[in-house]
Design a binder for this molecule. Sequence first.
Ligand code: PEP
Ligand code: MN
Length: 351
Amino acid sequence: MIVVMKPGSQRGQIDGVIGLLREMGAQGRPIDGAQPPVIEILECNGKLDRRRLEQASMVERVVDGATPLLAVGRKAGEQTLEVPLGRRAVIGGQRLAVVAGPCSVEDEGRLLETATAVAAAGAVGLRGGAFKPRTSPYAFQGLGEDGLRALARVREKTGLAIVTEVMSPERVACVAEYADVLQVGSRNMHNSPLLRAVGEQGKPVLLKRGWSATLEEFLLAAEYILRAGNPNVILCERGIRTHEEYVRNTMALAVVPEVKRLSRLPIIVDPSHGTGRAHLVEPMSRAAIACGADGLLIEVHPSPEQAWSDGAQTLNFQQFRDMMTALRPIAAACGRSLEAGDSPPTDATDA
Ligand code: PEP
Ligand code: MN
């Protein structure tokens, strides 16, 4: 349990609450650097009089639970935060945002071809890793800054917002120079120096769930970014490791409505990494939209069988177009819409 003080509380008022806690048999400790000030209740041998605490001078509220979500939590009636995705789109509004592209940036020609195809089908963002977190040190590690430059040039030609991964605090400034949204990957969700570093810069952050992280750990990782000063975080469910072997990861879709209940942050779903199988991407995308996701992150490549990474879970252009067509009526049934793209609408409900 914690006590949240009102902004501008003075040391004397904080000490007053700690004294009051002591009278009730509890020990309070101010959390370093918290703004507004927060007092953690460490031990309680007596009975806490919550009403008395709430009435103390400058106390804002008393929050239950060991891990309060002060920054990312949703207050009653609060709308989902709308996070900018480049200059033309947002994630978290009525319109669903689809970000698509290759797992890794391989060369500018294929990147532009992919970007043009996904934009025509309705994607508003282009994904592609230039710094790749690979399991094996012998696997392709990405084109580095050359890849970022290619992404930025393709943005100029297509208008798509660029989403790309940053793996270390030292690279944050470099990636932020080119990207519209900085991705923190699954392997780095627990990397608090990186979370702070992306929190201290101004571009929105796409935070992927660690593959063994609980929902609470996921939301607390986002809390790090907001507390460092960056309000614009998009959560991304990308599957967790289980005993199951017919999929690469197990997509925990119940997280989507649960995040909607607990947090004001938007959440998108990545069924490419979430399943590891191209034929499961469309069905799980349909399910993601039906349970309230604010968008999708999808791997697309001109010829997935030749992709330098993650080919087995990657859609080709036709599969991506077919998927977008199949998603539109589901989005409409959920009161959402999808960018129409250039392909002819198949349903009267298309916006
Ligand atoms: C990716 O999106 O390219 C990626 C590496 O995903 P994850 O961090 O979810 O494994
Ligand atoms: Mn990938």
